[in-house]
Design a protein around this ligand. Structure first.
Ligand code: NDP
Length: 290
């Protein structure tokens, strides 16, 4: 079985981005700038934000985190986003989710200027993705597609089954897989909690993508021999982190698979950094828009 190493791939991308920023640096008036908004004191979000800050620093992206208390109201948050939208020194705005109860994340995300929406969650960017137009793409599914490209695992003409239809993973991933292009062009089936006889569907997959949020949910009897399996799940269990796939059960049956941790997870941050660099180049007139 080919182990798809997301950690090494993400590191390679970070090195490439660092080089790119350095190479452009002389022609640019400033480095890329990413502003993260963290509302409340969710400990997991604090860890994610720290990881993003560290990754930005490593590649040469200037990052700043605006911390707001959990009782921040929508008007204050919207005003902050409007100020950042208007600030020519800010390339990317990332609103860390989940927001505390009482704040509507969809409404807040829609306030972010689409050209600074490095998470790719704005309806305009989602619409562009659905239409097959250029735009920022959500980082986790973009990371999955990048892994396929870098490992030369083309789903073109193959049956891709995506289990999960969330707006941040399953749905955008299914759109990306179904687009035209050498590392897309798949025939896509999207499954969810109401799918009848899920194993019968997943067994048809040449490429199987698990984005469910249930530890080791995909078992060996649910996959076809020789399938490519991408496990997006990150589940905390008593024995540590695990994916949505039963890695040990699948490993002798599939052709290629991502581990958890060290698979899709590191790619998500790498794609965020790439989106921030793309925004920077567009804002400084140094490259194409996203
Ligand atoms: P959501 O909870 O938003 O979505 C889960 C999806 O799985 C839903 O579409 C749901 O169906 C479907 N589902 C749940 N139970 C079943 C079932 N029994 N059979 C079939 N489908 C089912 O999760 P996310 O998309 O946000 O995340 C999915 C996983 O990916 C999580 O483990 C999360 O931690 C991980 N993740 C990893 C990231 C990374 O960087 N690697 C980033 C983001 C998420 P329905 O729509 O019908 O409810």
């Amino acid at each position: 079985m080919l182990l798809i190493d997301g950690k090494a791939t993400a590191q390679a991308i970070r090195t490439e981005l660092k080089e790119e920023i350095r190479a452009i640096g002389a022609a640019a008036s400033r480095p890329p700038q990413l502003t993260v908004i963290l509302v409340g004191d969710d400990p997991a979000s604090a860890v994610y934000v720290r990881n993003k800050e560290r990754a930005c620093a490593e590649v040469g992206i200037d990052s700043k985190t605006v911390r707001l208390s959990a009782d921040t109201d929508a008007v204050t948050l919207d005003r902050l986003i409007a100020d950042l939208n208007a600030d020519a020194g800010v390339d990317g705005i990332l609103l860390q989710l989940p927001l505390p109860r009482g704040l509507d994340s969809q409404a807040c995300l829609a306030c972010i200027a689409p050209d600074k929406d490095v998470d790719g969650f704005h309806p305009t960017n989602m619409g562009n993705l659905a239409l097959g137009h250029a735009g920022f793409q959500p980082c986790t599914p973009a990371g999955v597609m990048e892994l396929l490209r870098r490992y030369d695992l083309s789903p073109s003409g193959k049956h891709a089954v995506v289990v999960g239809r969330s707006n941040i993973v399953g749905r955008p991933l299914s759109l990306m897989l179904g687009q035209s292009g050498p590392f897309a062009n798949a025939t896509v089936t999207v499954c969810h909690s109401r799918t009848r006889d899920l194993p019968a569907v997943t067994r048809q997959a040449d490429f199987l993508f698990a984005a469910i949020g249930r530890p080791r949910f995909i078992t060996a009897d649910m996959v076809r021999e020789g399938a490519v399996v991408i496990d997006v799940g990150i589940n905390r269990t008593e024995t540590g982190l695990c994916g949505d796939c039963d890695f040990d059960g699948l490993k002798d049956k599939v052709a290629a698979m991502t581990p958890v941790p060290g698979g899709v997870g590191p790619m998500t941050i790498a794609m965020l950094l790439r989106n921030a660099v793309t925004a920077w180049k567009a804002h400084l007139g140094l490259g194409a828009r996203a």
